[in-house]
Structure formats: structure tokens, C-alpha cells
Design a protein around this ligand. Structure first.
Ligand code: ASP
Length: 597
């Protein structure tokens, strides 16, 4: 028989109870409401751990003093929902492991408010259940303190972001979810229109065009914590729907936008107990690639790259089939790597796109190299010197299998090995929070699949004034610099933005350079191009990934640990079982037929 909640009212959250509550003015009376986390039956004494969102408290049922409550407690099982009335007392033997360990509740009454099936996995801090099971029963997973903590921290971060943005004069504006394609470079999620037969809305890949129009509308400072949708192949740090802190401001200099974001990030980190200070360092895109082999370098460790092409004489290059440059770095303490470990590294390098990997070991018994015969002892020495390798280090050099137009292919491969070895050799100082602005991006990047230059970011990204004329010179497209920037934290891209193109003539030239015909331009962006002609102020902005920020600040490795209802890497919601098929009636209304694959 289940009891009703009736007039029962919580006096304390379980996890908040402390020694002072045992002797407070209430005389220690308490009513707690929650779930049964654990039951231990010792005959005359029965213990229940009761859990609510704040934590756990131990409740004692004594057969001799409170026989009715004790008898009832014998019926409860894990995850039953109960209310306990009783007295908070000091424990004879405190348990320092839990926050409420100094006290326990001596129960006088137990109300069983609901029963529960046996959960598919125990609700404990560390679960061994497969992630699929956890996601299918997300409501049970959520009762775990860790996930709970992450969700609460995320709320606090978002709240602090909102407060900070408001204090700086930004106004939160909602933009439509049912809209048209935004060119962020991913596939759209489409929504068929019932009223307009055969037509579709697109879910926004970002509010990009709307926020720029808000600037044309004179709003001056806009922000939004907003869902965006991109139909891309997923990874641990990507989700098909994700949350951005999106912002835009009028008449900004680059440093104004950086200042806003630095303020927001310092405050958001503060909420998570992470102290950082503003004015994050800057690095040019090309330096990031040359030094770290990445446009989002992890600066928590060194192992910088060096270009060492000139240590490889022409003949050696031919033998090794090296076409482009060679980049290398010193891996601290890895001179002891075995033949097998070097082979594994070479395999790693090859799967990252290397033509070959070449090693120099600075071992105590002498310096040796896998390419000594080909490049000579003098070059081996130089290679080690260029990389500032110390005794005990391993120098890792790589060339790339394929050259990539407009960037340093070998450096990108070396960058991946740097990350791998940095981790493997324990070089990463996990107590550090290294923010970094990357600037000086190229406006276009070469698309091998389309065999043409495409926008490196989105096509509203501003162009460095002196490079504007190169728009009409196809052979110089790769040289054009954008007014874009990225914010990086500990090797993760937190977000990107730019000072925008605010002039209609330049926006049209850019679209033409991208190969859009007049008709395509009008049908896709006509409304925006028109809006630009009515007095558009210079403007710029940025968007940061809120899920990613929450993930890093919670110390998690997967976005799914900070999203209440995440999707799997196959873009499914296992709990709600979506995507799913729909009734033919619904399809008929939309005029849609499913083609068989
Ligand atoms: N719309 C861009 C994005 O979502 C950000 C921006 O340029 O402000 O990445």
C-alpha cells in the first residue's frame, strides 16, 4: 500500500544535514523526501540511505522503539520513493566519507510514496553499465551524484554568462528555429512545411544572419544562449544539436570583442572554481600550425615543432619520397622507446597522413637514428639540435603523404603525434587552463572534393582591407586573410567569430568569388543582401560552445556527460527512441513519400 504525500513538507535536503541540525531550535526534528539508495537489515536495526539531489543521509529504524516504522521499512527496496519523519542525532561513529557523516536520522515514521522496479544498474558514483544502458535509462543515470553535479554546474555557468552579458549591456534576443539554411558548412536538418506543400524550413546551423540583421536593426549588443543544429558526423566533442553563447556587437574593434569574451570566460571559470585572468595571449594561425601543428594548440605543454627540411639532403628526400617539408619535435625521455614502440609510432604517423616517420634517439649509449645512413651523422646532429633535444629524448620527424594547398601538411601530422606523445609521456600539466586567441586565418581553404576555394569559416567573415583586391584574382585566393578569430582552451576550439563584411558591394564580390551565380545569390541570400543596403553599421561577434565549456570545466572528456539528454554518436536519443518513423497520415499531410533504400 502506498502512502500519499498529503501535507508532508520537506524540512531539510538530505545532503545538507550537519551536526548543528541535531541540536537546533527544531529539537532535531526533520522530514526528508527522496529515494532509497541503500538498505541494510541488521535484524532489530534497519538502515536506509536516503538520497535526494543534494546527497545522502543515513536513517535508522529501531524495532524496539518504533516498531511500526521498522516493519514498514522492511518492505522498501532500492529506488523506492519515501518520506521519513524523525530526529537528527549525532552518530556514535561518524563516517568521514560522506558530507552528512556526523549525523543520522532516527525514524519515527516512514511513508512509502512510490515503489520502483529494480534498476538495470546500481545508482552509484562510478557505474560500470554500458553507456547505451545509461542513455536509455537517463532518468536513473541522472540520479548519480556526478551527472547531477555536472548538470548543476552547467546551470551555474550559463547563469553567470547571462549575468555578465547583461552587465555589459547585451540584450538577449531569441531568433527563429524554423528558418532557412545558414551557410556554416554543415548539412541542414530540414523540417517539411505542411502549409507550403513541398517547401522546407531548415533548423538553424547558427543564428548568424539574424544576429547581423539585429545589428542592422540598431540593437547594438545582442547575445543568446541558443540551440544550433548541424547534421555532421559525430565525435566525442560534437552533438547534432548543441548550445552556443552567440553574440554580436556594432562598431567593435577586435579587442572589444576579445575583452567581452575574456570577461565572460573569467567569470564562467570562476563559477567552477577555476581561476584565470583576462587578456588571453594571441597567436597567428600560421604560427600555431608551424609551432604546434594545429589551429587549436594545447599550450599546457611544450614539445614545439621545428621545420627541419634542410637536414634532409636531396638524395635522401628522393629515396624517402619526401615531397614537401619535414617537421620534427623532441619527445622528452622517449629515447628508451623500443623498436616495437617506434613501429607503432610510425603506424600512428601514417594513419595521421605521414609519408614517413624518422627518429633520432639521444640514448646514454650514444645518438642513433633510423635515417642516419641516408642523411649522415652531421645532419642527425643538426636535427637533434634544431629540436633542442636533450639527452634521453627522442626526436620525431615526419613528412606528409599529401601536400595540402595553403597549409603545412607535415606540421599537421607532427601536431597529432605531439598530442599523442604529450599525453603518453605525461607532459600535460592538468592544473593549467591555457586560453589562446588565434587570428590571421586565411579567408578561403581549398576543398579537394569540390576542387575549389571555399569559405574557411562562413561567407560573412570580414576580409583584411589590404587583401580585398585579391578577391578578383583567382590565383591569389589562398593569400587572402580574414578578420576571423578562434578562442582555444587546452587544445579545444571553444568558438569562432569575426569582424563581418558590412558593405553590400563587398558581400556580393565575396559571394561571386565563391562561385555563386546571380540567381543563387538572390534566392539564397537576397533578403540579407537587401538588408545590407539600408545602413549597416560595422559589426562583429563570436559564438562559443556552451557544452564544450561545461565539459572542460567539469573535467569531463565527453559532451554527453554535461548534456541532460544527449545523442549517441549515431545521432540517436536512446531514451526517447528518436529519430523514429511516423504515421502515413502525418507523411500524407506533408506530401512526403519514403523512398526505399
Ligand atoms: N556563426 C558562427 C558559428 O556558429 C560564429 C560567428 O561567426 O559568430 O560558428
Amino acid at each position: 500500500m502506498l502512502d500519499f504525500l498529503g501535507n508532508l513538507k520537506r524540512t531539510h535536503y538530505c545532503g545538507h544535514l550537519r551536526a548543528k541540525d541535531a541540536s537546533s531550535h527544531t529539537g532535531g526534528d526533520a522530514v526528508v523526501l527522496g529515494w532509497v539508495a541503500k538498505r541494510r537489515d541488521l535484524g532489530n536495526l534497519l538502515f536506509l540511505d536516503i538520497r535526494d539531489r543534494s546527497g545522502i543521509v543515513q536513517v535508522v529504524f529501531n524495532k524496539e522503539t518504533d516498531a511500526t516504522a521498522h516493519a514498514k521499512a522492511e518492505h522498501v527496496r532500492s529506488e523506492y520513493v519515501v518520506a521519513v519523519e524523525g530526529k537528527v542525532v549525532l552518530r556514535q561513529r561518524p563516517n568521514p566519507e560522506i558530507g552528512t557523516g556526523e549525523v543520522e536520522i532516527i525514524a519515527s515514521k516512514l511513508h512509502i510514496l512510490n515503489n520502483a522496479k529494480t534498476p538495470p544498474f546500481p545508482i552509484e558514483e562510478e557505474v560500470n553499465a554500458a553507456e547505451e544502458t545509461r542513455l536509455r535509462y537517463r532518468y536513473l543515470d541522472m540520479r548519480r551524484p556526478k551527472l547531477h553535479k555536472n548538470i548543476v554546474l552547467r546551470h551555474k555557468i550559463v547563469l553567470e554568462i547571462r549575468k555578465t552579458m547583461d552587465e555589459m549591456g547585451f540584450v538577449e534576443v531569441e531568433t527563429p528555429m524554423l528558418t532557412r539554411s545558414t551557410p556554416e558548412g554543415a548539412r541542414d536538418y530540414l523540417v517539411p512545411s505542411r502549409v507550403h506543400h513541398g517547401q522546407f524550413y531548415a533548423l538553424p546551423q547558427s543564428p548568424q544572419i539574424f544576429k547581423q540583421i539585429l545589428m542592422i536593426g540598431g540593437l547594438d549588443r545582442y547575445f543568446q544562449i541558443v540551440k544550433c543544429f548541424r547534421d555532421e558526423d559525430l565525435r566525442a566533442d560534437r552533438q547534432p544539436e548543441f548550445t552556443q553563447l552567440d553574440l554580436e556587437m556594432s562598431f567593435p574593434r577586435q579587442e572589444d570583442i576579445f575583452g567581452v569574451i575574456e570577461n565572460v570566460m573569467v567569470r564562467a571559470c570562476g563559477v567552477a572554481g577555476v581561476t584565470v585572468s583576462g587578456a588571453f595571449p594571441h597567436m597567428l594561425y600560421k604560427d600555431a600550425v608551424r609551432k604546434y601543428g594545429s589551429d587549436k594548440p594545447d599550450l599546457r605543454f611544450g614539445m614545439e615543432l621545428h621545420e627541419v627540411s634542410y637536414c634532409f639532403p636531396e638524395e635522401a628526400k628522393q629515396k624517402l619520397q619526401i615531397e614537401g617539408k619535414v617537421f620534427a619535435f623532441a619527445a622528452p625521455g622517449a629515447a628508451s622507446y623500443s623498436r616495437k614502440q617506434l613501429d607503432e609510432l610510425t603506424e600512428k604517423a601514417k594513419s595521421a597522413g605521414a609519408r614517413g616517420a624518422y627518429f633520432v634517439k639521444l640514448a646514454p649509449e650514444g645518438t642513433t637514428s633510423t635515417v642516419e645512413k641516408l642523411i649522415g651523422a652531421e645532419n642527425v646532429k643538426k636535427l637533434a639540435e634544431f629540436c633542442a633535444a636533450k639527452p634521453g629524448d627522442l626526436v620525431v620527424a615526419v613528412s606528409a603523404k599529401q601536400q595540402i594547398r595553403g597549409t603545412e601538411a607535415a606540421a599537421l601530422v607532427a601536431g597529432q603525434l605531439r598530442l599523442h606523445l604529450g599525453e603518453a609521456l605525461n607532459q600535460i600539466d592538468r592544473s593549467q587552463w591555457k586560453f589562446l586567441w588565434i587570428t590571421g586565418f586565411p579567408l578561403f581553404e581549398w576543398s579537394e572534393s569540390d576542387q575549389q576555394w571555399v569559405s574557411a569559416q562562413h561567407p560573412f567573415t570580414g576580409i583584411v582591407d589590404e587583401d580585398l583586391d585579391k578577391l578578383e584574382q583567382p590565383e591569389r585566393r589562398g593569400e587572402i586573410r580574414s578578420k576571423g578569430y578562434d578562442l582555444v582552451l587546452n587544445g579545444y576550439e571553444l568558438g569562432s567569430g569575426s569582424i563581418r563584411i558590412h558593405r553590400q558591394d563587398i558581400q556580393e564580390r565575396l559571394f561571386k568569388a565563391l562561385g555563386l551565380t546571380e540567381e543563387q545569390l538572390r534566392s539564397r541570400f537576397g533578403f540579407f543582401i537587401d538588408a545590407l543596403t539600408y545602413g549597416t553599421p560595422p559589426h562583429g561577434g563570436i559564438a562559443l560552445g556552451v557544452d564544450r565549456i561545461a565539459m572542460l570545466l567539469s573535467g569531463e572528456k565527453s559532451l554527453r556527460e554535461v548534456i541532460a539528454f544527449p545523442k549517441t554518436t549515431a545521432a540517436q536519443d536512446l531514451m526517447a527512441d528518436s529519430p523514429s518513423s511516423v504515421d502515413t497520415i502525418q507523411l500524407d499531410q506533408l506530401g512526403i513519400q519514403i523512398a526505399r533504400k
